[in-house]
Design a protein around this ligand. Structure first.
Ligand code: ATP
Ligand code: MG
Length: 417
């Protein structure tokens, strides 16, 4: 087998050890906080019909245009590995007739795939945790959703290294007016735009504002501001969001260029960003998407949500809370191994984390217990077994005691909790 065959596919990697534990911790913290806000877990398939993403994310987006893993399955249907979670969750809401039981608060997580140029904080397979709240158009819910993200980042210890940027992209009428203003502004200078932005100018001019191309950015800097084109409803909605954040003491910065890459967004757009990860600064991004469920032929349903990049958050974590340390069970001589195994199994069933030294002399087994970071060792010789007791040695202090099997579990819990 060639070297290349035993490497993971470019842009993907194995999750193990400390990195896996970081992912798991991020998951546990997010789900436990979201539950307090009334969110219920949902899991959708990792593939959807390609049309689901084309319809919702939009043909002019980077995701649909360049990044999707799309293939015909053996029956000839066009299938796409999900590049993000919102479209699938919205599809599931419709498929399961959940539009009858609004409002709905859903949380999901899992791997996503986008064909991108791999670099730090940007991989082809990455993980997101996302929340979606359907059925409420009150801007209070936008505030609540942002607050949920803020609380999760706070609990994970990365809040102080990120800032919340917010913007409004208004309602459909405001966007229409602003789109025209952008067309009027960019058309005369279109030859100075990047090729991508020239295409955007024809199809979706708002997306030019999102461009990272330095040539585009110069022109973007003096582009007309959205604020002049927001109607009263849009302004009022945005004001309520800002007031809500103020009332909760959640700091934010207005970023008028934050437009989000997806077609179904309206009103509130937000992103928690960091400068700690180079140009891969977006940690958690979302907004309001009142058009989404309707776009998928469901009943018109307001919605707001966000998705968090788990891998990027993991890169920012120094440490996860330490694992509970084990207790080692050590047979003194092979003849007590079977009894040691029985004891280990019984203590595990009683809820204690046990590592068993499988082979070697006592010295080797003790070294092994050290390596496993055990905080105590239970030593079992033939004498101990005859007396139905064990020697329990505290590996930090060296102190040891003889403890009867009958009270061993309680002794361990009391002494080493
Ligand atoms: P970026 O501007 O960095 O490409 P995006 O706008 O494409 O981000 P979203 O579609 O909003 O990202 O996805 C939500 C979050 O998922 C991002 O804020 C980021 O943390 C994470 N994310 C997106 N793409 C990747 C990737 N290729 N690798 C790792 N994380 C990613
Ligand atoms: Mg992207």
């Amino acid at each position: 087998m060639s070297e290349k065959m035993i490497q993971p596919v470019r842009g993907t990697h194995d999750l193990l050890g400390e990195e896996y534990r970081k992912h798991q911790w991020i998951h546990d913290v997010s789900y436990s906080i979201a539950q307090k806000y009334g969110y219920e877990p949902i899991a959708t398939p990792i593939v959807e019909s390609t049309a689901i993403f084309k319809r919702t994310i939009g043909e002019t987006s980077d995701i649909v245009g360049k990044e999707m893993y799309t293939f015909d399955d053996r029956g000839g249907d066009s299938i796409t590995i999900r590049p993000e979670g919102t479209a699938g969750v919205a599809r599931a809401v419709i498929s399961n007739s959940l539009t009858q039981s609004m409002p709905l608060k859903l949380i999901y997580d899992g791997p996503m795939m986008r064909y991108e140029r791999p670099q730090k904080g940007r991989t082809r397979q990455f993980h997101q945790i996302g929340v979606e709240c359907f059925g409420i158009s009150d801007p209070l819910v936008d505030v609540e959703t942002i607050a949920l993200g803020a609380q999760i980042l706070e609990q994970l210890g990365v809040a102080h290294r990120s800032i919340l940027e917010i913007n409004t992209i208004g309602d459909t009428d405001s966007r229409k007016a602003y789109r025209q203003a952008l067309v009027d502004y960019f058309t005369p200078v279109s030859s100075h735009l990047s090729a991508d932005s020239q295409a955007r100018l024809a199809k979706n001019p708002l997306r030019i504002l999102d461009s990272k191309d330095p040539k585009d950015q110069e022109l973007i800097a003096s582009a007309p501001s959205f604020d002049h084109y927001l109607n009263d409803l849009s302004q009022d909605t945005f004001r309520k969001v800002c007031q809500g954040l103020d009332a909760l003491n959640i700091p934010y910065k207005r970023n008028p260029l934050l437009v989000r890459g997806l077609d179904y967004y309206c009103h509130t757009a937000f992103e928690f960003t960091t400068t700690d990860l180079g140009s891969q600064g977006a940690l958690l991004a979302g907004g309001r998407y009142d058009g989404l469920v309707g776009q998928l032929s469901g009943p018109e349903t307001p919605g707001v949500g966000w998705a968090m990049g788990v891998d990027r958050i993991a890169l920012m974590l120094d440490q996860v809370p330490p694992q509970p340390r084990p207790i080692a069970v050590i047979a003194i001589g092979d003849e007590t191994m079977e009894a040691a195994f029985q004891l280990a199994m019984s203590l595990r069933k009683q809820g204690i984390r046990i590592e068993l030294a499988y082979s070697g002399n006592v010295g080797k087994r003790m070294k092994w217990a050290d390596k496993a970071n055990a905080y105590a060792a239970i030593l079992l010789g033939t004498d101990e077994i005859a007396a139905q007791q064990a020697t329990v040695r505290n590996l930090e202090t060296g102190e040891q005691n003889l403890v009867a099997f009958a009270v061993l579990k309680d002794y361990l819990i009391d002494t080493f909790k």
